[in-house]
Design a protein around this ligand. Structure first.
Ligand code: AMP
Length: 423
């Protein structure tokens, strides 16, 4: 029978039964390492690839450690985005329901009604999950009693410890007692994250359980060369040819999301967008519609790339390329989850192509050059051969590889590329 069981890691039979009812039977690699460490009470820094069961790796031992009878907040989980917080909250509710453990949690994020959050906090939830800013605010208003907190989790820890968030995160940590446990998890953990974590962790009890961060093998990496102004046309061709069940289209610049969504909808496609500045309900609606399959194309900035677990994403399409390889990993990691095949198609200008080498080196992956030919995503070399055998390979196409990016950049800086009139 199955050797790898949750009970062997120190999880109770009741919780394991709940997991089994959720079709979760074998602990993943990260769960095998992190669960015993958290149960022991040590501070943990853990790195694990996206979609590897990171959330349950910390929720399961925390469910074991929480004293349900004690009506006090015992755990704070911080996340860099509201979407991830809402997703963790859902997982808590699900686990609580399936295990009959009656663990209560409150979602505390900015841009939601504080009055309602204060009402919820009066019920003394065992877990508070949300954003550092709002949680700190409510601690200072004495609506969350930080001194009863025994564990703080930083989910997507590298983002939480970056320049933008570190002050609020540290301030939340400082309000808790010194002996509390600190758990930092992320798909990518930089040397700086480790350094910052160690600064705030107990110096004698730090346990670093780092796994090799690798891109899941279930993801294929493809790119299509394109001039910037042709990118939207290529995007439409990809969608028409690949017919994705669920595709996330990534842009670097959130200002362009609405334009792309409008254009896709204009062409009769079922698309919506999520981006930082949109109203919370709009973001939630877009996400929920995507989850439910009411729309099959979600346009997003990098905020959508972190930690979100949406089932059945078949395609990731990068309209812009992130310069930082970790962003490529996080974007790609929205597909190919739990070993289901996923495809990343990046539409790159010859200038952006240089970054592919950087991703290749960092994540040990191989990119394949493709073209949309006769409505199909085909190997670029095969398309060339086909044309050559018919002696009709269009010279114009070869020219695109000699594309002068300096000239193009100058032109590009003068106008907004997504405002082209391709409609
Ligand atoms: P995460 O990496 O936390 O985003 O988890 C990705 C998905 O894996 C979630 O949908 C979980 O429900 C699922 N999951 C977590 N642990 C396991 C497991 N041990 N076996 C199978 N699925 C799991």
């Amino acid at each position: 029978m199955n050797e790898k069981k949750f009970t062997k890691l120190g999880i109770s039979e009741a919780l394991e039964k709940g997991l089994n009812d959720m079709n979760i039977v074998v602990p993943t690699a990260i769960q095998q390492e992190v669960i015993p460490a958290i149960l022991k009470g040590t501070d943990v820094i853990a790195r694990s690839e996206t979609g590897s069961g990171k959330t349950f790796a910390y929720l399961l031992p925390l469910f074991e450690k929480i004293d349900v009878a004690l009506k006090k907040t015992q755990v704070i989980i911080l996340t860099p985005t509201h979407e991830l917080a809402a997703q963790v909250q859902k997982q808590i509710e699900l686990l609580s329901k399936f295990s009959n453990m009656e663990i209560k949690s409150a979602l505390i994020i900015g841009s939601a009604s504080m009055t309602r959050q204060i009402e919820k906090l009066k019920q003394k939830p065992h877990i508070v999950v949300g954003s550092a800013g709002r949680i700190l605010d409510l601690i200072q208003k004495r609506k969350i009693s930080a001194h009863t907190v025994q564990t703080i989790v930083l989910d997507e820890g590298d983002r939480l410890l970056d320049e933008l968030n570190i002050n609020a995160v540290k301030a939340v940590i400082k309000t808790t007692l010194k002996q509390r446990q600190l758990v930092v998890l992320s798909a990518t953990i930089t040397a700086k994250t480790i350094e910052e974590s160690k600064n705030i962790m107990k110096c004698d009890a730090v346990e670093i359980a780092i796994q090799n961060s690798i891109m899941p093998n279930s993801i294929s990496h493809n790119y299509i060369l394109s001039e910037k102004r042709q990118k939207f046309i290529i995007l439409r061709k990809i969608i028409a040819g690949e017919k994705p069940t669920k595709a996330i289209v990534f842009l670097n610049n959130k200002e362009n999301i609405a334009v792309i969504v409008d254009k896709l909808c204009y062409h009769g496609l079922k698309a919506d967008g999520i981006y930082g500045t949109a109203y919370k309900t709009e973001r939630q609606n877009a996400l929920e519609n995507f989850r439910q399959g009411n729309i099959n194309i979600l346009v997003s900035s990098d905020i959508g790339a972190r930690g979100l677990d949406i089932e059945g994403v078949t395609h990731i399409i990068n309209m812009d390329m992130p310069e930082d390889p970790t962003y490529y990993l996080h974007r790609a990691g929205r597909t190919g989850r739990q070993d289901i095949q996923g495809k990343v198609i990046s539409i790159v200008t010859p200038y952006e192509k240089r970054w592919l080498q950087k991703y290749q080196k960092t994540w040990h992956i191989t990119f394949e050059q493709k073209e949309m030919s006769f409505g199909k995503l085909s190997d670029s070399s095969a398309v060339k051969k086909q044309y050559q055998s018919k002696k009709q390979y269009p010279k114009k196409k070869i020219k695109t590889t000699k594309y002068n990016h300096n000239k193009q950049n100058k032109k590009n800086s003068k106008k907004n590329h997504y405002n082209n009139n391709e409609k």
